[in-house]
Design a protein around this ligand. Structure first.
Ligand code: HEM
Ligand SMILES: *[C@@H]1O[C@H](CO)[C@@H](O)[C@H](O)[C@H]1NC(C)=O
Ligand SMILES: *[C@@H]1O[C@H](CO)[C@@H](O)[C@H](O)[C@H]1NC(C)=O
Length: 361
């Protein structure tokens, strides 16, 4: 045997025996690739039972998904370039410094979920930054047809309060939102992909007289209904008329944010928005990919431990292709992507219906 062949054989042999996979047996016989992940199985059991009402995609789940964004987006490359503190990104500062950050105007309402989550983070002795991203990932997995988000653990529990004015407002012009998102590392396409989240969402504070009013007709399904319904020409205000950050929606009981309206029709964003309507798997994958980045703003992902195995596998989607609400037709769609025609969708049969809000408990 030549020296070269011997060497090749040795490499092969070492590849087979070396690199033992670290493996840990956690509570209830669950297996983790890293012992540091075991604690997250216990957090999972606790929050599914006691925060998410037995694994629902309800109000607390929606708020937990929102909180992942409001913590992480507190990061500014331009502030850092000016020699100022630019925020630590997904660092838990919104919980550690809730007395400061939940008073920022754009964070209106997040104090409730911060205070609901805090006792769980303290009881399990995990960092606030890890907890917020973990709870958001578990929350999303509870939604019908939801994503299975990556979860990396190991964010430091030390943070500083984020500077104000880094969280976008629904009344902000698209240029302002896009430049803010870019300053945090997200392109226009990324921003559209992040807004898939608004398919499992409702508002409480833009029009406080109608809390629990959803952004689409199916707020516990991780479907494309939000993307379709937001593109229908607005004809009515759900609730008491125009509030700052609100525009007319197309259905009684559905609330439309000005920012969602404008982004969905913006020539730089419209084709990405429309493309997500056609294929559920593509939509979910895009959300999973962009959320990997949101969850690690301000961190080096390579220095964190992959505990994604703890995130439940979501139930398969129980819905079919998105539809046009009863009473609407393709003529009502503000098709805004010049490059490709709007996809053909079926219209729900019957007269126009009203979506019933679920006010917060
Ligand atoms: C482009 C910037 C964005 C703006 C201007 C925006 C604005 C808003 C507003 C005004 C609300 C209603 C809050 C209330 O009245 O209670 C809301 C809800 C929500 N947002 Fe966003 N959002 C943006 C991006 C995102 C992102 C990136 C995510 C997550 C990845 C997200 C997730 C949610 C969720 C899940 C809710 C529903 C919360 C609930 O039902 O309690 N949003 N958003
Ligand atoms: C994280 O920091 C908070 C204070 O901001 C503290 O109350 C909590 O105990 C800390 N958690 C851990 C795991 O160190
Ligand atoms: C809308 O405003 C009117 C008058 O200000 C008030 O009487 C009514 O209760 C409001 N509706 C809701 C749903 O709060």
């Amino acid at each position: 045997m030549s020296l070269k062949a011997l060497f090749a054989l040795a490499v092969l042999a070492s590849a087979v025996v070396a690199v033992p996979q670290p493996r840990a047996v956690c509570s209830q016989g669950r297996v983790a690739s890293n012992a540091a992940c075991c604690t997250w199985f216990d957090v999972l059991d606790d929050i599914q039972a006691n925060l998410f009402d037995g694994g629902e995609c309800g109000e607390e789940a929606h708020e937990s998904i929102r909180l992942t964004f409001h913590d992480a987006i507190g990061f500014s490359k331009s502030l850092i370039a000016q020699g100022k503190f630019g925020g630590g990104g997904a660092d838990g500062s919104i919980m550690a410094f809730s007395d400061i950050e939940t008073n920022f105007h754009a964070n209106i309402g997040v104090d409730e979920i911060v205070e609901a989550q805090r006792p769980f983070a303290l009881a399990h002795k995990v960092s606030f930054g890890d907890f917020i991203q973990f709870a958001g990932a578990v929350a999303a997995s509870n939604c019908d047809g939801g994503p299975r988000l990556q979860f990396l653990a190991g964010r430091s529990n030390n943070s500083q309060a984020s500077p104000d004015l880094l969280v976008p407002e629904p009344s902000d012009a698209t240029d302002k939102i896009f430049s803010r998102m870019s300053d945090a590392g997200f392109s226009i396409t990324d921003t559209v992909d992040l807004l898939i989240s608004h398919t499992v969402a409702a508002q409480d504070h833009v029009d406080p007289s109608i809390p629990g009013t959803p952004f689409d007709s199916t707020p516990s399904s991780f479907d494309a209904q939000f993307l379709v319904e937001t593109l229908i020409s607005g004809t009515l205000f759900t609730g008491n008329g125009s509030n700052v950050g609100e525009v007319e929606s197309a259905q009684h009981g559905v609330f439309r944010l000005q920012s969602d309206f404008e982004i969905s029709r913006d020539s730089r964003a419209a084709c990405e928005w429309q493309s997500l309507i056609v294929n559920h798997n593509t939509m979910v994958t895009k959300f999973e990919n962009v959320m990997k980045r949101l969850a690690t703003v301000g961190h080096n992902p390579a220095s964190l431990i992959d505990c994604s195995e703890v995130i439940p596998v979501p139930k398969a989607a129980t819905f079919g292709a998105p539809t046009l609400p009863a009473g609407t037709t393709l003529q009502d769609i503000d098709a805004s992507c010049q490059a490709t025609p709007f996809p053909t969708l079926k219209t729900d049969p019957g007269p126009a219906t009203s979506v019933v809000a679920v006010p917060p408990s």
